[in-house]
Write a protein that binds this ligand. Structure first.
Ligand code: RRO
Length: 308
């Protein structure tokens, strides 16, 4: 069975990625991703200009149907991750970068442009957890301005990480902006921002920063993730690939993401719950479904979800 997939000419042996932020902050974590043979590629933690400790603990909380996080962008700073992706690796890398402001985002992209890195970069426009900073990609004008500036000097392959949208007018709006630029891909969705989980016994919230407001992930966000993959696939230029992220716990969920149009599929919360062994299970479950349906490659069903 052939699980190969391509994003902007980068060949991946499987469609599986780690979601950015999941086991990809330290060298040791990144090494463990590289050693996970079912992973098609490696995504780094979103890198900022300066190293960051992130928000106060507790900042991740496991839920029956997912998770809530308020990590606050803990990372070692861009030089570490930019150096990491310039080393030889057994699979393609995606360098994720996140500005604390538009000016930061642009400066980070300049650093990548000025480096020898020629692989994929992903500009995270959707972190929900930085205190006092709204998610950029909910502001279409600001998003367009940043992309205009970046595209005035950036000549390497890059895509963007998007927050979830919930209204068809917003899908239209963001697609109209994104289609103006030579993006390799969009990664959709980031966590569902500013959820609130309450521990009824303790009568309190479960994460510290922002009064407990945090990003939701895991099984509970699957329909939102599929909607975003599908809605964007229907609206974006064909040459913009889609990385589907959100809500994957089974091979059937991976199949559904691809059916909605995903070229690759990332896993976040379920890796935390189950460990990196999750990818072997997901691959087997995906292959079993494909075999049962007589599909030999991802192209056989990608984007072909039927409407009633
Ligand atoms: O570090 C985080 O709090 C974080 C980031 Br940058 C992101 O993009 N998405 C998320 O759920 N958490």
């Amino acid at each position: 069975m052939n699980l190969k997939t391509t994003v902007a000419g980068n060949q991946f042996e499987t469609p599986f990625l780690n979601a950015s932020g999941i086991i990809c902050q330290t060298q040791e974590e990144l090494d463990s991703l590289e050693a996970t043979k079912e992973l098609g590629g490696i995504v780094t933690k979103s890198a900022t200009l300066q190293p960051r400790e992130g928000n106060e603990q507790p900042r991740y909380y496991d839920l029956a149907h997912g998770s809530i996080n308020s990590m606050g962008l803990p990372n070692q700073g861009y030089p570490f991750y930019l150096d990491y992706v310039q080393h030889e690796h057994s699979k393609p890398t995606i360098l994720s970068v996140a500005g604390m402001s538009a000016a930061d985002a642009i400066e980070l992209m300049r650093k990548v442009q000025d480096s020898d890195y020629e692989g994929l970069t992903e500009l995270n426009l959707s972190c929900p957890n930085v205190i006092g900073h709204p998610q950029t990609a909910y502001d279409f004008e600001a998003t367009e301005k940043i992309l205009e500036t970046v595209c005035s000097f950036f000549t390497k392959p890059f895509g963007v990480k998007l927050p979830p949208y919930f209204d068809l007018a917003h899908f239209d709006g963001i697609a109209k902006v994104l289609n103006k630029f030579p993006l390799t891909h969009v990664n959709t969705i980031n966590s569902v921002g500013n959820g609130l989980v309450v521990d009824v016994d303790k009568e309190q919230v479960v994460t510290k920063a922002k009064g407990g407001f945090g990003g939701l992930g895991g099984a509970m966000v699957l329909p939102t993730a599929l909607a975003n993959v599908r809605a964007l696939r229907l609206r974006l230029n064909d040459d913009i690939a889609i990385i589907g992220t959100g809500g994957v716990t089974t091979g059937a969920d991976v199949f559904a993401h691809i059916l909605c149009g995903a070229d690759m599929v990332s896993v976040g919360t379920q890796v935390i719950k189950e460990g990196l062994g999750v990818y072997a299970r997901l691959q087997k479950e995906l292959e079993d479904i494909m075999a049962e349906k007589g599909y030999e490659s991802l192209e056989d069903f990608r984007g072909k979800v039927k409407e009633l």
